[in-house]
Design a binder for this molecule. Structure first.
Ligand code: GLN
Length: 483
């Protein structure tokens, strides 16, 4: 039962082969047995899951029949969930029970999904390895000594290990696509503004975007359908109609123009991953696509620009955690300054503190022009590069990550080495574009992802290309041994 995709579950539930409650109980016991190896959950919500499953079964018995009705999933632990701990992977929010549901959570709940729990993540979504969580590192089910990627590493590990069919993630600089690549999943970061950020604990507000993580593009289409849409509570959410993502999955790729940026094949890229990227291109050519070289001349400036902008926004967003209103408070503060200082010094981990300091520095009066303003200019140049490229091609294809999953601890003492893992993903966030990672092969038994980028609001095209690729290949069906 645990091997089923969301689409298969939807069919099984519609055909009354099993009930949502039966399926939910199977998955909850699987989580209880297997998750201790992975540490992919921060909180389990068994009682809520059973109640929601029973309610979904009752709705179905009364004649309702939506594709997500009774579908089990989990939420990254930065989506606010009413009455349930929403920790953001941090001691700072270890005691925080959200007073309301995030829009993503409430939309999916009204579509009938069943929440099994809240997944582990890098603290405040800062990281590419899921090692910075207050609740401990998440293990990659493909090799328990390796990282699953981050920051949505808990969602990735749980879905890859077949503990559940799908989960939500968020992507500020790659946190859906990168862990999807490292665990053999399909993950989609939508266009900025496509999915509401209301109730999502902010990291870098101009970059953050929620999206689906699942094993197939077909499942990502189902999940995105339940997440996307205008939300008056989020001033950056965009009032555009949501297309039927499942309806375009079978569009032929004949004549589709795929651009491959020449700058992608630089020294930092593992040559074995480059080889798999070329093979995926050949596969898509067989399906009728036309491949062209394109150029993203400002690509090399993306990491430095991102690692100024994201910490700058984080330093501002995280100022609300002051030990006064909610979250962690130090013991016996001497005075108000001591309360602020010690609550923040004790409540935040080292990576979060590093980013707050870098961000506050970049925004300070003396350095604003030199760092923040320059980074914003680079951001515009990167966006322009994409607009030029998309004048000639329909999608851009390349690696999702320069390397496969690395050993836990291998980059812990070298934050820059970890930042470089975001080379291929962060440009989509800087430009606000949608991006998808899909399984495309293995290196040393570890999964490799290929990334597709498209113009604004072309999520349907990304899902279409990935679905067609998945009809012709079987990488996405491979499961890690022991799960
Ligand atoms: N690795 C990037 C960072 O640490 C991206 C994280 C994310 O997308 N949330 O900022």
């Amino acid at each position: 039962m645990h091997q089923m995709t969301l689409a298969e579950i939807a069919r099984g539930l519609a055909d009354k082969k099993f009930s949502s409650e039966e399926l939910t109980r199977v998955l909850l016991s699987r989580i209880a047995t297997l998750d201790p190896q992975l540490n992919s959950f921060i909180s389990l919500t068994e009682d809520l899951a059973i109640t929601q499953a029973q309610a979904a079964d009752a709705r179905r018995a009364a004649g309702e029949n939506g594709p997500l009705l009774g579908a089990p999933l989990a939420h990254k632990d930065l989506f606010c969930t009413q009455g349930i701990r929403t920790s953001c992977g941090s001691l700072m929010l270890d005691n925080f029970k959200a007073p309301y549901d995030a829009t993503v959570v409430s939309r999916l709940a009204s579509a009938g999904t069943v929440t099994l729990g809240k997944t582990n993540m890098d603290e405040f979504a800062m990281g590419s390895a899921n090692e910075s969580s207050h609740y401990g590192a998440v293990k990659n089910p493909w090799n328990l000594e390796c990282v699953p990627g981050g920051s949505s590493g808990g969602s990735a590990a749980a879905v890859a290990a077949r503990l559940l069919p799908a989960a939500t993630g968020t992507d500020t600089g790659g946190s859906i696509r990168q862990p999807a690549a490292l665990t053999n999943l399909t993950g989609l970061k939508p266009t900025y503004g496509r999915v509401s950020r209301w109730g999502m604990i902010a990291y870098a507000s101009s970059l953050d975007q929620a999206g689906p993580m699942a094993r197939t593009a077909e499942d990502c289409a189902l999940l995105l359908q339940g997440m996307a849409g205008f939300d008056p509570q989020d001033s950056t959410s965009i009032d555009e109609p949501v297309p039927d993502y499942s309806a375009s999955l079978n569009t032929s790729l004949k004549g589709l123009r795929i651009g491959v940026p020449k700058e992608y094949f630089s020294a930092g890229l593992d040559p074995r991953i480059a080889q798999l990227v070329h093979e995926s291109v050949k596969e898509l050519e067989k399906l009728g696509a036309i491949v062209k070289e394109v150029s993203l001349p400002n690509l090399q400036h993306a990491i430095p620009a991102y690692y100024v902008i994201a910490p700058a926004e984080a330093s501002s967003n995280l100022s609300r955690f002051d030990g006064v209103r909610f979250g962690y408070r130090c013991e016996d503060p001497k005075d108000l300054t001591d309360l602020y200082k010690r609550s923040r010094a004790e409540g935040f981990g080292p990576e979060v503190q590093r980013r707050i300091m870098v961000g506050a520095y970049a925004l300070s009066a003396g350095y604003y022009d030199a760092y923040y303003l320059q980074a914003q200019k680079i951001r515009r140049l990167i966006k322009n590069d994409f607009m030029n490229a998309f004048a000639d091609v329909d999608v851009i294809l390349g690696p999702t990550t320069p390397n496969p999953a690395w050993k836990i601890g291998a980059k812990t003492h070298d934050p820059i080495a970890e930042y470089l893992e975001d080379f291929y993903t962060i440009t989509a966030n800087l430009a606000g574009l949608p991006g998808l990672s899909m399984p495309a092969g293995f290196v040393d038994g570890l999964p490799v992802g290929v990334q597709l980028l498209a113009p604004y609001f072309q999520e349907g095209r990304l899902l279409n290309v990935a679905h067609q690729y998945q009809q012709a290949t079987d990488w996405h069906t491979r499961a890690p041994e022991g799960f």
